[in-house]
Design a protein around this ligand. Sequence first.
Ligand SMILES: Cc1cc2nc3c(=O)[nH]c(=O)nc-3n(C[C@H](O)[C@H](O)[C@H](O)COP(=O)(O)OP(=O)(O)OC[C@H]3O[C@@H](n4cnc5c(N)ncnc54)[C@H](O)[C@@H]3O)c2cc1C
Length: 489
Amino acid sequence: MSPTPASTSGPHQVLTALSETLEGTIVLPDDPGWDAARAAWNLAVDQRPSAVVRPRSVRDLRKVIVAAREAGLGVTVQPRGHGASDDLVGRILVRTTAFDEVTVNVVARFARVGAGVPWGTLLNRLDGTGLVALAGSNPDVSVAGFLLSGGHSWFSRWKGLAAHSIRAVELVDATGALRRVTRDSDAELLWAVRGAGGLFGVVTTLEVDLYPAPELFGGKILFPAEAAEVVFGAAAEILLDAPPELSLFLGLINLPDVEGVPQLLRGRSFTQVDAVFVGPADAGEDLLAPLLSIAPVIANLCGTFPISHLGDVSGEPQEPSRSLDWSRTVSDLDPATIASLVEGFHTASYAGLTMLQLRPLGGMIGDATVGDDGLVGHLDAGFLLFAAAILPPGAPQPPASDRHLLFQPLDDTVQAVGVPRVVPSMLTSGQDLGSAFTPAELDRLAGLKRRVDPENLFRSNRPLPSGVLPGGTTPGGSQPGGGATSALD
Ligand SMILES: Cc1cc2nc3c(=O)[nH]c(=O)nc-3n(C[C@H](O)[C@H](O)[C@H](O)COP(=O)(O)OP(=O)(O)OC[C@H]3O[C@@H](n4cnc5c(N)ncnc54)[C@H](O)[C@@H]3O)c2cc1C
């Protein structure tokens, strides 16, 4: 690649010139629609990039890369913005919504999925095939964003963290070259995109494994809020012996008194168990039976369902809102830890917590033999914890320094039983990849970054910790390598 001459134009001129050549769209800060274009899914994250581009083609992406380098800007990709975490100052925000291919190969059991496709679209296409992909709880999250950042799926106890299901990606790298990354073409880069996929280029398409699952059973079971300790204890007990085909998400929830929540449930608190079982209904019912007698059941919505209805199990909001969130992992859920977490949920001050969720790990997630060909590896922990406070419309934004009012009691609990590693897709504001990976893995990532993107053009929502990349890695630095032919020469 020929070095790009230092620009004599400022970013605004470069971006204005870019807008005249794109097939897709670009929105600049003074344009109408700027606030909608830059918004993250979590409206508490205030993103202020230099431009928001919706490319329509690989050619467009190459133009964005040239412009970013010329203007001295970084590039961050966000298909849906669920993982947004910082201000994006000095970057071009790329939305890959136009990359919308979904091709399902039932015989070879894989799907080709464009980088703008949300999980709901892929799951709809899998109905009737008897196959599933390693999806998470929310159908609005993109397949690309989820898989490239690790992915804790409903099916992960059965098949491992979801990034391992990436067979291949096609990405436009810092030289503008479109690379097809497979184990044969570049095993090291495939290893890295299975967990830190936002650091090396713009992925346009992924090829992902599909798994036979002819029958699915599950749903939501609601209990009174006061039953949380016994229900969580009984569920943890069930999981000790259950096959990995069973996954349970345990939760405490304060439902707001707002439109959209069914009248009967508004303003009330519940304990909930969301269940997914890969197998027939009678076997699923047998596994859940001990739960149904441990506490009064307010509602039991379990039944068989097609894969397109996976998102209904948790019924998470799909509309953007303002929230503060927190995520950790713990080794075990003994009764004292459960009691302390439940107390932490109820005593959180400031706005109070909207939800606390405990997701089981174990099964293939903890199996060291799956780990070596993907950065996301395996996770030697018992439960993933997630908590969030959804701020009511109009409520003031608490300063970052006040987060402890919400999460300190939970933090205190995990001090004793916490594991110093979380699933990277569940990293929350203020956490970087140092909370997900070991120093040796970070060094390996940095080495690859020097080979594939030495100017540090591509900045993920989930960055490397400061200091991991040595100097000379800002846009305008040294030359990319890695053997791909430059498309920008
Ligand atoms: C309501 C909700 C439910 C969730 N449920 C789960 C769950 O069940 N399990 C779980 O593990 N996580 C879950 N998450 C976390 C979510 O999976 C991650 O935040 C994921 O990264 C979101 O993907 P996105 O495309 O929506 O986000 P974005 O913020 O748009 O993208 C996230 C990051 O992925 C990378 N990226 C995405 N696309 C590309 C691309 N084409 N090329 C290069 N890099 C790219 C970038 O680094 C980007 O910064 C949930 C999040 C929310 C808000």
